[in-house]
Design a protein around this ligand. Sequence first.
Ligand code: F0G
Length: 352
Amino acid sequence: MQDWPGLIEAYRTWLPVSDSTPVVTLREGATPLIPVPSIAERIGKGVKVYVKYDGLNPTGSFKDRGMTMAISKAKEAGCEAVICASTGNTSAAAAAYARRAGMRAFVLIPDGYVAQGKLAQALVYGAEVLAIRGNFDRALDIVREVSDQYPVTLVNSVNPYRLQGQKTAAFELIDALGDAPDWLCIPMGNAGNITAYWMGFQEYHQAGRSRTLPRMMGFQASGSAPLVNETTVTDPETIATAIRIGNPVNREKAIAARAASNGAFLDVTDAEIIQAYKLLGGEEGVFCEPASAASVAGLLKRKDEVPAGATVVCVLTGNGLKDPDCAINNNDAAFHTDLNPDLGTVAKVMGF
Ligand code: F0G
Protein backbone atom coordinates (compact mmCIF):
# COMPACT_ATOMS: atom_id res chain seq x y z
CA MET A 1 0.00 0.00 0.00
CA GLN A 2 1.28 3.43 -0.90
CA ASP A 3 1.89 5.91 1.89
CA TRP A 4 -0.86 8.56 2.03
CA PRO A 5 0.80 11.98 1.62
CA GLY A 6 -1.92 14.09 3.27
CA LEU A 7 -4.74 15.85 1.50
CA ILE A 8 -2.84 18.79 0.01
CA GLU A 9 -0.55 16.48 -1.98
CA ALA A 10 -3.38 14.08 -2.79
CA TYR A 11 -5.65 16.82 -4.17
CA ARG A 12 -3.05 19.46 -5.07
CA THR A 13 -4.58 20.43 -8.44
CA TRP A 14 -7.92 21.16 -6.77
CA LEU A 15 -6.47 23.43 -4.10
CA PRO A 16 -5.08 27.01 -4.09
CA VAL A 17 -1.46 25.99 -3.46
CA SER A 18 1.68 26.44 -5.52
CA ASP A 19 5.17 24.95 -5.52
CA SER A 20 6.24 27.65 -3.08
CA THR A 21 3.54 26.84 -0.50
CA PRO A 22 5.18 25.14 2.50
CA VAL A 23 2.92 22.16 3.16
CA VAL A 24 2.20 21.75 6.85
CA THR A 25 0.64 18.31 7.23
CA LEU A 26 -0.02 15.53 9.73
CA ARG A 27 -1.15 13.28 6.85
CA GLU A 28 -4.79 14.13 7.43
CA GLY A 29 -7.63 12.88 5.21
CA ALA A 30 -8.24 9.45 3.66
CA THR A 31 -10.61 8.63 6.51
CA PRO A 32 -12.71 5.46 6.28
CA LEU A 33 -16.21 5.25 4.85
CA ILE A 34 -17.86 2.61 7.02
CA PRO A 35 -21.13 0.81 6.22
CA VAL A 36 -23.57 0.91 9.16
CA PRO A 37 -26.09 -1.88 8.48
CA SER A 38 -27.99 -1.55 11.77
CA ILE A 39 -28.91 2.00 10.83
CA ALA A 40 -29.78 1.00 7.25
CA GLU A 41 -32.06 -1.74 8.66
CA ARG A 42 -33.99 0.82 10.66
CA ILE A 43 -34.72 2.65 7.42
CA GLY A 44 -35.34 -0.42 5.24
CA LYS A 45 -36.30 0.07 1.57
CA GLY A 46 -32.92 -1.27 0.42
CA VAL A 47 -31.20 1.92 1.55
CA LYS A 48 -27.42 1.86 1.98
CA VAL A 49 -25.98 3.93 4.83
CA TYR A 50 -22.33 4.78 5.43
CA VAL A 51 -20.56 6.97 7.95
CA LYS A 52 -17.59 9.09 6.92
CA TYR A 53 -15.50 8.68 10.06
CA ASP A 54 -13.58 11.95 10.11
CA GLY A 55 -12.88 11.43 13.80
CA LEU A 56 -9.92 9.36 12.59
CA ASN A 57 -8.00 12.43 11.46
CA PRO A 58 -4.72 13.17 13.31
CA THR A 59 -6.29 15.43 15.95
CA GLY A 60 -9.55 13.48 15.94
CA SER A 61 -11.83 15.72 13.88
CA PHE A 62 -12.55 17.04 10.39
CA LYS A 63 -10.93 20.34 11.37
CA ASP A 64 -7.54 18.92 10.32
CA ARG A 65 -8.66 19.09 6.69
CA GLY A 66 -9.16 22.82 6.91
CA MET A 67 -6.22 23.46 9.18
CA THR A 68 -3.56 21.89 6.94
CA MET A 69 -4.61 24.43 4.29
CA ALA A 70 -5.08 27.44 6.59
CA ILE A 71 -1.75 26.95 8.35
CA SER A 72 0.19 26.19 5.16
CA LYS A 73 -1.14 29.39 3.58
CA ALA A 74 -0.47 31.39 6.76
CA LYS A 75 3.10 30.12 6.75
CA GLU A 76 3.46 30.98 3.07
CA ALA A 77 2.34 34.53 3.94
CA GLY A 78 5.02 34.75 6.65
CA CYS A 79 2.58 34.84 9.54
CA GLU A 80 3.95 34.06 13.01
CA ALA A 81 0.79 33.65 15.07
CA VAL A 82 -2.75 32.38 14.56
CA ILE A 83 -5.93 32.77 16.56
CA CYS A 84 -9.33 31.11 16.67
CA ALA A 85 -12.48 30.89 18.72
CA SER A 86 -13.54 27.34 19.33
CA THR A 87 -15.93 24.92 20.93
CA GLY A 88 -12.86 22.68 21.13
CA ASN A 89 -12.02 20.88 17.89
CA THR A 90 -10.83 23.91 15.94
CA SER A 91 -8.58 24.85 18.85
CA ALA A 92 -7.05 21.37 18.95
CA ALA A 93 -6.37 21.36 15.21
CA ALA A 94 -5.14 24.97 15.12
CA ALA A 95 -2.76 24.30 17.98
CA ALA A 96 -1.33 21.12 16.46
CA TYR A 97 -0.75 22.53 12.97
CA ALA A 98 0.42 25.97 14.12
CA ARG A 99 2.97 24.53 16.51
CA ARG A 100 4.16 22.14 13.83
CA ALA A 101 4.70 25.18 11.61
CA GLY A 102 6.56 27.00 14.40
CA MET A 103 3.84 29.57 15.02
CA ARG A 104 2.14 30.71 18.18
CA ALA A 105 -1.47 29.56 18.56
CA PHE A 106 -3.99 31.56 20.59
CA VAL A 107 -7.32 29.91 21.24
CA LEU A 108 -10.41 31.48 22.82
CA ILE A 109 -12.86 29.01 24.32
CA PRO A 110 -16.13 29.28 26.25
CA ASP A 111 -15.11 28.58 29.83
CA GLY A 112 -16.61 25.30 31.05
CA TYR A 113 -18.15 24.28 27.72
CA VAL A 114 -15.27 22.54 25.99
CA ALA A 115 -15.05 18.74 26.25
CA GLN A 116 -12.11 17.45 28.28
CA GLY A 117 -10.31 15.68 25.47
CA LYS A 118 -10.27 18.80 23.31
CA LEU A 119 -8.97 21.01 26.09
CA ALA A 120 -6.30 18.43 26.85
CA GLN A 121 -5.20 18.50 23.22
CA ALA A 122 -4.92 22.30 23.00
CA LEU A 123 -2.78 22.30 26.14
CA VAL A 124 -0.53 19.44 25.03
CA TYR A 125 -0.09 20.94 21.55
CA GLY A 126 1.21 24.08 23.24
CA ALA A 127 -1.54 26.59 22.51
CA GLU A 128 -2.08 29.68 24.61
CA VAL A 129 -5.59 29.01 25.87
CA LEU A 130 -7.88 31.89 26.84
CA ALA A 131 -11.15 30.77 28.44
CA ILE A 132 -13.76 33.53 28.41
CA ARG A 133 -16.91 33.97 30.46
CA GLY A 134 -19.05 33.91 27.33
CA ASN A 135 -20.11 31.55 24.59
CA PHE A 136 -18.56 30.65 21.24
CA ASP A 137 -20.34 33.44 19.36
CA ARG A 138 -18.86 36.06 21.68
CA ALA A 139 -15.41 34.47 21.40
CA LEU A 140 -15.64 34.62 17.61
CA ASP A 141 -16.55 38.33 17.69
CA ILE A 142 -13.46 38.97 19.80
CA VAL A 143 -11.00 37.00 17.68
CA ARG A 144 -12.26 38.74 14.54
CA GLU A 145 -11.49 42.08 16.16
CA VAL A 146 -8.10 40.89 17.39
CA SER A 147 -7.09 39.68 13.93
CA ASP A 148 -8.25 42.99 12.39
CA GLN A 149 -6.09 45.01 14.77
CA TYR A 150 -3.02 42.87 15.45
CA PRO A 151 -0.62 40.76 13.36
CA VAL A 152 -2.40 37.46 13.98
CA THR A 153 -4.08 35.30 11.33
CA LEU A 154 -7.65 34.17 11.97
CA VAL A 155 -8.13 30.43 11.33
CA ASN A 156 -11.83 30.04 11.96
CA SER A 157 -13.95 29.03 8.96
CA VAL A 158 -14.25 32.66 7.85
CA ASN A 159 -10.71 31.99 6.60
CA PRO A 160 -11.43 30.79 3.03
CA TYR A 161 -8.55 28.28 3.04
CA ARG A 162 -10.32 26.31 5.77
CA LEU A 163 -13.23 25.50 3.50
CA GLN A 164 -10.87 24.71 0.63
CA GLY A 165 -9.24 22.00 2.71
CA GLN A 166 -12.52 20.68 4.06
CA LYS A 167 -14.05 20.28 0.59
CA THR A 168 -11.68 17.32 0.02
CA ALA A 169 -13.97 15.14 2.15
CA ALA A 170 -16.55 15.35 -0.65
CA PHE A 171 -13.84 14.31 -3.16
CA GLU A 172 -13.01 11.29 -1.00
CA LEU A 173 -16.66 10.25 -0.89
CA ILE A 174 -16.99 10.34 -4.67
CA ASP A 175 -13.63 8.60 -5.13
CA ALA A 176 -14.83 5.81 -2.80
CA LEU A 177 -18.44 5.43 -4.00
CA GLY A 178 -17.84 6.12 -7.69
CA ASP A 179 -20.52 8.81 -7.57
CA ALA A 180 -22.01 11.27 -5.10
CA PRO A 181 -24.36 9.83 -2.44
CA ASP A 182 -28.06 10.64 -2.76
CA TRP A 183 -28.15 12.24 0.68
CA LEU A 184 -25.35 13.82 2.68
CA CYS A 185 -26.31 14.13 6.36
CA ILE A 186 -24.16 16.52 8.35
CA PRO A 187 -24.23 18.35 11.69
CA MET A 188 -24.14 22.14 11.54
CA GLY A 189 -22.60 24.60 13.98
CA ASN A 190 -20.94 27.54 12.28
CA ALA A 191 -22.03 25.90 8.99
CA GLY A 192 -18.57 25.87 7.45
CA ASN A 193 -18.45 22.15 6.83
CA ILE A 194 -21.76 21.90 4.97
CA THR A 195 -20.55 24.80 2.82
CA ALA A 196 -17.24 23.07 2.14
CA TYR A 197 -18.83 19.73 1.25
CA TRP A 198 -21.19 21.42 -1.19
CA MET A 199 -18.24 23.21 -2.82
CA GLY A 200 -16.42 19.89 -3.19
CA PHE A 201 -19.43 18.08 -4.64
CA GLN A 202 -20.00 20.85 -7.17
CA GLU A 203 -16.36 21.00 -8.27
CA TYR A 204 -16.11 17.25 -8.84
CA HIS A 205 -19.47 17.26 -10.63
CA GLN A 206 -18.45 20.06 -12.95
CA ALA A 207 -15.26 18.17 -13.75
CA GLY A 208 -17.25 15.06 -14.65
CA ARG A 209 -16.07 13.02 -11.66
CA SER A 210 -19.65 12.38 -10.52
CA ARG A 211 -22.93 12.07 -12.40
CA THR A 212 -25.09 13.39 -9.60
CA LEU A 213 -25.15 15.86 -6.73
CA PRO A 214 -26.42 14.96 -3.26
CA ARG A 215 -29.22 16.55 -1.29
CA MET A 216 -27.53 18.43 1.56
CA MET A 217 -29.30 17.52 4.82
CA GLY A 218 -28.09 19.69 7.69
CA PHE A 219 -28.89 19.00 11.34
CA GLN A 220 -28.68 21.12 14.47
CA ALA A 221 -29.38 20.48 18.15
CA SER A 222 -32.83 21.73 19.16
CA GLY A 223 -31.46 24.07 21.83
CA SER A 224 -29.03 25.55 19.37
CA ALA A 225 -30.80 25.68 16.01
CA PRO A 226 -30.48 29.16 14.48
CA LEU A 227 -30.42 27.84 10.91
CA VAL A 228 -33.42 25.57 11.31
CA ASN A 229 -35.46 28.30 12.99
CA GLU A 230 -34.07 31.14 10.85
CA THR A 231 -33.08 33.17 13.86
CA THR A 232 -30.18 34.00 16.17
CA VAL A 233 -30.00 32.11 19.47
CA THR A 234 -28.53 34.20 22.28
CA ASP A 235 -28.18 31.35 24.79
CA PRO A 236 -27.57 28.16 22.82
CA GLU A 237 -27.68 24.94 24.88
CA THR A 238 -27.03 21.32 23.97
CA ILE A 239 -25.14 18.28 25.21
CA ALA A 240 -23.35 18.46 21.85
CA THR A 241 -21.05 21.29 22.93
CA ALA A 242 -19.20 21.25 19.59
CA ILE A 243 -22.28 22.73 17.91
CA ARG A 244 -23.41 24.98 20.74
CA ILE A 245 -23.49 28.00 18.42
CA GLY A 246 -26.22 30.62 18.14
CA ASN A 247 -25.09 32.82 15.27
CA PRO A 248 -23.34 30.84 12.49
CA VAL A 249 -20.97 32.90 10.36
CA ASN A 250 -21.55 30.79 7.25
CA ARG A 251 -25.32 31.14 7.47
CA GLU A 252 -25.88 32.52 3.96
CA LYS A 253 -23.62 29.96 2.28
CA ALA A 254 -25.34 27.08 4.08
CA ILE A 255 -28.77 28.36 3.05
CA ALA A 256 -27.53 28.64 -0.54
CA ALA A 257 -26.23 25.03 -0.41
CA ARG A 258 -29.59 23.84 0.86
CA ALA A 259 -31.46 25.68 -1.90
CA ALA A 260 -29.15 24.59 -4.72
CA SER A 261 -29.16 20.93 -3.62
CA ASN A 262 -32.88 20.70 -2.84
CA GLY A 263 -31.73 19.90 0.70
CA ALA A 264 -33.29 20.50 4.09
CA PHE A 265 -32.42 21.54 7.65
CA LEU A 266 -33.92 19.95 10.74
CA ASP A 267 -33.25 19.97 14.46
CA VAL A 268 -32.75 16.94 16.68
CA THR A 269 -33.19 16.86 20.45
CA ASP A 270 -30.38 15.97 22.84
CA ALA A 271 -32.25 12.72 23.57
CA GLU A 272 -32.30 11.84 19.87
CA ILE A 273 -28.60 12.70 19.58
CA ILE A 274 -27.74 10.42 22.49
CA GLN A 275 -29.88 7.61 21.08
CA ALA A 276 -27.95 7.76 17.79
CA TYR A 277 -24.64 8.07 19.68
CA LYS A 278 -25.39 4.88 21.63
CA LEU A 279 -26.54 3.07 18.49
CA LEU A 280 -23.33 3.88 16.66
CA GLY A 281 -21.17 2.82 19.59
CA GLY A 282 -23.18 -0.13 20.85
CA GLU A 283 -24.27 -1.71 17.56
CA GLU A 284 -21.69 -0.58 15.03
CA GLY A 285 -18.52 -0.19 17.11
CA VAL A 286 -18.14 3.39 15.93
CA PHE A 287 -17.43 5.91 18.68
CA CYS A 288 -18.13 9.51 17.73
CA GLU A 289 -18.75 12.64 19.72
CA PRO A 290 -22.34 13.74 20.37
CA ALA A 291 -22.32 16.57 17.78
CA SER A 292 -21.38 14.02 15.11
CA ALA A 293 -24.23 11.70 16.08
CA ALA A 294 -26.63 14.51 15.15
CA SER A 295 -26.16 13.48 11.51
CA VAL A 296 -27.42 9.95 12.21
CA ALA A 297 -30.14 11.19 14.57
CA GLY A 298 -31.35 13.49 11.79
CA LEU A 299 -31.32 10.72 9.20
CA LEU A 300 -33.39 8.45 11.46
CA LYS A 301 -35.83 11.28 12.13
CA ARG A 302 -36.33 11.79 8.38
CA LYS A 303 -36.22 8.10 7.45
CA ASP A 304 -39.67 8.09 5.81
CA GLU A 305 -38.41 10.56 3.20
CA VAL A 306 -35.36 8.53 2.14
CA PRO A 307 -36.00 7.16 -1.37
CA ALA A 308 -35.91 3.38 -1.82
CA GLY A 309 -32.45 2.11 -2.75
CA ALA A 310 -30.78 5.42 -1.92
CA THR A 311 -27.17 5.75 -0.80
CA VAL A 312 -26.79 7.92 2.29
CA VAL A 313 -23.60 9.19 3.93
CA CYS A 314 -23.62 10.60 7.47
CA VAL A 315 -20.57 12.65 8.39
CA LEU A 316 -19.08 11.74 11.77
CA THR A 317 -17.11 14.89 12.37
CA GLY A 318 -15.31 14.07 15.61
CA ASN A 319 -13.96 11.16 17.65
CA GLY A 320 -15.87 9.91 20.69
CA LEU A 321 -12.72 10.08 22.83
CA LYS A 322 -12.96 13.86 22.66
CA ASP A 323 -15.80 13.86 25.18
CA PRO A 324 -15.28 11.12 27.79
CA ASP A 325 -17.76 12.71 30.23
CA CYS A 326 -20.56 12.30 27.74
CA ALA A 327 -19.58 8.68 27.19
CA ILE A 328 -19.41 7.79 30.87
CA ASN A 329 -22.76 9.44 31.56
CA ASN A 330 -24.62 8.11 28.53
CA ASN A 331 -24.33 4.39 27.97
CA ASP A 332 -26.29 1.23 28.68
CA ALA A 333 -23.26 -0.85 29.51
CA ALA A 334 -23.17 -3.39 32.31
CA PHE A 335 -20.51 -1.88 34.57
CA HIS A 336 -20.06 -3.87 37.78
CA THR A 337 -17.88 -2.17 40.36
CA ASP A 338 -16.41 -2.91 43.77
CA LEU A 339 -16.22 -6.68 43.18
CA ASN A 340 -14.36 -9.12 45.36
CA PRO A 341 -11.22 -10.24 43.53
CA ASP A 342 -12.08 -13.95 43.26
CA LEU A 343 -13.26 -16.45 40.65
CA GLY A 344 -16.59 -17.11 42.36
CA THR A 345 -17.61 -13.48 42.33
CA VAL A 346 -16.56 -12.93 38.73
CA ALA A 347 -18.26 -16.10 37.47
CA LYS A 348 -21.45 -15.21 39.32
CA VAL A 349 -21.56 -11.72 37.84
CA MET A 350 -21.03 -13.33 34.42
CA GLY A 351 -24.09 -15.45 34.98
CA PHE A 352 -22.38 -18.86 35.34
N1 F0G B 1 -19.04 18.51 14.52
C1 F0G B 1 -17.99 18.77 15.33
C2 F0G B 1 -17.39 17.63 16.07
C3 F0G B 1 -17.49 20.09 15.45
O1 F0G B 1 -16.46 20.32 16.24
C4 F0G B 1 -18.12 21.13 14.73
C5 F0G B 1 -17.65 22.51 14.85
C6 F0G B 1 -19.20 20.80 13.90
C7 F0G B 1 -19.62 19.49 13.82
C8 F0G B 1 -19.90 21.82 13.08
O2 F0G B 1 -19.14 22.21 11.99
O3 F0G B 1 -19.11 24.64 12.42
O4 F0G B 1 -18.46 23.70 10.21
O5 F0G B 1 -20.83 23.66 10.96
N2 F0G B 1 -16.78 22.87 15.69
C9 F0G B 1 -16.20 24.22 15.76
C10 F0G B 1 -15.03 24.23 16.73
C11 F0G B 1 -17.17 25.29 15.95
O6 F0G B 1 -14.72 25.28 17.30
O7 F0G B 1 -14.40 23.19 16.92
P1 F0G B 1 -19.39 23.65 11.34
